[in-house]
Design a protein around this ligand. Structure first.
Ligand code: MG
Length: 228
């Protein structure tokens, strides 16, 4: 599928692994905190579950191990440890994905709206988005705005509804298989940029419309189709 004939009016960006270069730190801090609480977890599992809310990440892993739900107290304890480890490693700010600022500035200069659609509940990072990226964002949908996180389509449907545009006027930029699943379930054209450690085949398996190796390749594609 191509979007050459689409009149793009809004692009919905995932946050972690698309805007912020946070996934290596998320993977390490999830593995550290889960293992500390007796739930051994690998970086690869973290990348495969990326997009879920934090509660969803813990519940999914706990159910797989024990066939039952984790208690709210355990979820809170793991999440607290995970966040503390993340903050220790990053100083609170993980940096941005190379060239994503150029993608945002290009779209902004073309009058195309940029939105953030994330399962994140890290208020400091969500609050830093507009300052970090020169106020390019029209709207931000985070875990505080939805009942169901990715891979449910609710976050992307909420962004689409708030934008007021038609689905064929909106595209998604994702890096994670479950994020691609959510976007496709919402009926949106989805560009995957593989900034992580999973093979492209895992993004293709979720029916990403395009898969790019980096933001420079996405920018070249967007520049080409928008200049037609
Ligand atoms: Mg992501």
């Amino acid at each position: 599928m191509n979007c050459e004939n689409m009149k793009i009016k809004a692009v919905f960006f995932d946050q972690d692994g698309v805007l912020y270069n946070s996934m290596p730190y998320h993977a390490e801090s999830w593995a550290w905190a889960m293992t500390k609480h007796g739930l051994p977890y690998t970086a690869m599992e973290c990348y495969r579950n990326e997009g879920r809310t934090s509660t969803g990440v813990i519940q999914e892993h706990y159910r797989q191990m024990f066939g039952t739900d984790a208690t709210p107290e355990l979820i809170e304890a793991i999440y607290k440890d995970k966040n503390e480890h993340f903050t220790e490693m990053t100083g609170g700010f993980p940096g941005i994905i190379p060239d994503v600022d150029k993608v945002l500035q290009y779209l902004h200069s073309q009058g195309i709206q940029c939105w953030v659609v994330t399962g994140s509940g890290q208020r400091n990072l969500i609050n830093a988005l507009n300052e970090t990226f020169d106020n390019v964002f029209t709207g931000i949908i985070s875990s505080f705005d939805v009942k169901k996180g990715k891979p449910d389509p609710e976050p992307y449907l909420k962004a689409w509804e708030r934008s007021g545009f038609k689905k064929e006027e909106c595209i998604v930029v994702e890096n994670a298989p479950l994020g691609v699943r959510a976007a496709k379930a919402a009926g949106l054209f989805t560009c995957a940029v593989n900034t992580g450690i999973l093979p492209d085949s895992e993004l293709e398996a979720e029916h990403a419309d395009k898969v790019f190796p980096n933001m420079a390749a996405l920018l070249a594609y967007l520049t080409a189709i928008l200049s037609v």
